[in-house]
Design a protein around this ligand. Structure first.
Ligand code: ADP
Length: 177
């Protein structure tokens, strides 16, 4: 039997408009909202997501979500079943934090597998406010998704906000995918 392999796809657009089982949020450790993808997800997804995040803070995540980890909530009004929140590392010129960025993709996919999600949309984690160079962020994203998607996940969709990000992910997919 041919082994099932995940399909990696690229879309240029807004991650909050995707129809998938799980949308990954580039959250911050507070889980209480922020700018970029995080702000867009809470705006379009409505207050239910923030309520679920507050409940996480009040229970198992009293100190917030650690960098490189992932946790799921409802997707509120988004066209998805879950939002998987992950906290990317802030890019550092002096310290290699690549393992933490890879961990975001790996942990998010592990959570997706546990939930039974088949289709998962990712933003380019850490490449906005957290300053990660897009080429390297794309390489880590593609390589890690390819290596760690559970069998139940059939599509990992990278949703890139602008042409530059799209082109760099295309190059990473050609090289790694
Ligand atoms: P981080 O804090 O992890 O860097 P950001 O949300 O600032 O996260 O940015 C991550 C990436 O997502 C950036 O490349 C940014 O351009 C992009 N981005 C911002 N808003 C959206 C959106 N609505 N849909 C998809 N990508 C987005």
């Amino acid at each position: 039997m041919t082994p099932v392999t995940v399909t990696l796809t690229l879309v240029r657009g807004d991650i909050t408009l995707q129809s998938v089982d799980a949308i990954v949020n580039a959250a911050n450790s507070s889980l209480l909202g922020g700018g970029g993808v995080d702000g867009a997800i809470h705006r379009r997804g409505g207050p239910e997501i923030l309520r679920a995040c507050r409940a996480l803070r009040a229970s198992h995540y009293g100190r917030g979500l650690a960098t490189g980890r992932a946790v799921a909530t409802t997707a509120g009004l988004l066209d998805a079943r879950w939002v998987i929140h992950t906290v990317g590392p802030v890019h550092s010129a002096t310290e290699d934090r690549s393992d933490l960025l890879a961990s975001c993709y790996r942990e998010s996919l592990r959570v997706a597998g546990e939930l039974g999600a088949r289709t998962v949309a990712f933003p380019a984690v850490s490449t906005g406010i957290y300053g990660w160079p897009m080429d390297d962020g794309a390489r880590i994203a593609v390589r890690t998704a390819r290596a760690s998607a559970p069998r139940s996940v059939t599509e990992v969709r990278f949703v890139l906000f602008d042409d530059d990000a799209y082109v760099r992910f295309q190059a990473a997919l050609a090289a790694e995918g």
